[in-house]
Write a protein that binds this ligand. Structure first.
Ligand SMILES: [Fe+2]
Length: 282
């Protein structure tokens, strides 16, 4: 199925998930919860970076200083219970039952203008499937930008590769190794050279896929897609930083029913699901 980025999320969440597992993508409208979340995050970033013009903070802060400050926030968004609750509220606003869903908490992502020229950031631009990082095939990814974004500053999907194998080195990823030194590398709040040493799986295709589908999206909308989607962040040199939040959700009924997107080429080892935040009743 070619993703259509439709705004019409089905009323039945099982229908939503089933379509996602077949390659569909949805853009959930912004709502009270998502707008509150991005406002909160933007305010914290402005405070931490000591500027209201957060999209141009790279002009006044060094790379290391910027990374250090954002790393401190990354830790807060990932670990603090109040953000876990906001995430439960967010997935509920798009029809997911938070009492049946486990999640990998929110991460803040930053794409700097011209960031693709920095060797330390290379893995950010690898074509990949999120499932190559030891996530289950039932994985659904949510992605919420803090600003209105045009197609050239988001990312692109490769529909033909959704259910056909691409050469890749996902076998290098072993979740047990990834976390053995603690969560800092996993979430990226300490080492700013992890792009050079981290062992990030990537596509080994020699030429990019023929068909690429991009999308534009507005602040506080949420793109929902299968963790098996083959995709890649677009390189941008537009002069402004792109900030977004992303999170990973797995409905536990999908795991028990073996429901998910096809696994065509994922050879990563281990399973991160045990370390997701699980519903209290599960
Ligand atoms: Fe991804």
């Amino acid at each position: 199925m070619t993703p259509t980025f439709t705004h019409k999320i089905p009323a039945d969440n099982l229908d939503t998930r089933s379509q996602i597992f077949q390659g569909q993508t949805f853009i959930g409208d912004s709502n009270e919860v998502s707008l509150k979340l991005i406002e909160n995050v933007k305010n914290l970033i402005a405070e931490k970076l000591e500027t209201d013009d957060i999209r141009r903070a790279h002009l006044t802060l060094s790379d290391d200083d910027f990374f250090q400050r954002m790393g401190e926030l990354r830790r807060v968004f990932y670990l603090e219970g109040s953000y876990h609750q906001l995430l439960r509220d967010l997935i509920a606003s798009y029809g997911f039952d938070p009492t049946r869903c486990a999640f990998d908490p929110m991460r803040i992502r930053v794409i700097l203008p011209g960031g693709h020229h920095n060797p330390k950031a290379a893995p950010v631009y690898y074509a990949h499937r999120d499932t190559w990082y030891s996530h289950p095939q039932s994985l659904i990814v949510g992605w919420t930008p803090l600003h209105d974004l045009k197609e050239e500053e988001t990312f692109e999907f490769y529909p033909e590769e959704f259910d056909s194998a691409v050469p890749n080195d996902s076998e290098i990823f072993d979740y047990a190794d990834w976390i053995k030194d603690g969560p800092a590398l996993k979430i990226g709040w300490q080492k700013n050279d992890s792009g050079l040493t981290g062992g990030y799986p990537q596509s080994l295709l020699e030429t990019p896929p023929k068909e690429a589908k991009g999308f534009s999206i507005n602040a506080g909308e949420t793109l929902l897609f299968a963790g098996s989607q083959f995709h890649k962040t677009r390189e941008q040199d537009l002069g402004t930083i792109r900030y977004s939040l992303d999170f990973r959700v797995v409905h536990l009924d999908d795991v028990s029913s073996d429901r998910g997107a096809p696994n065509v080429d994922n050879r990563s080892k281990g399973n991160i699901l045990a370390d997701y935040i699980h519903p209290v009743s599960a």
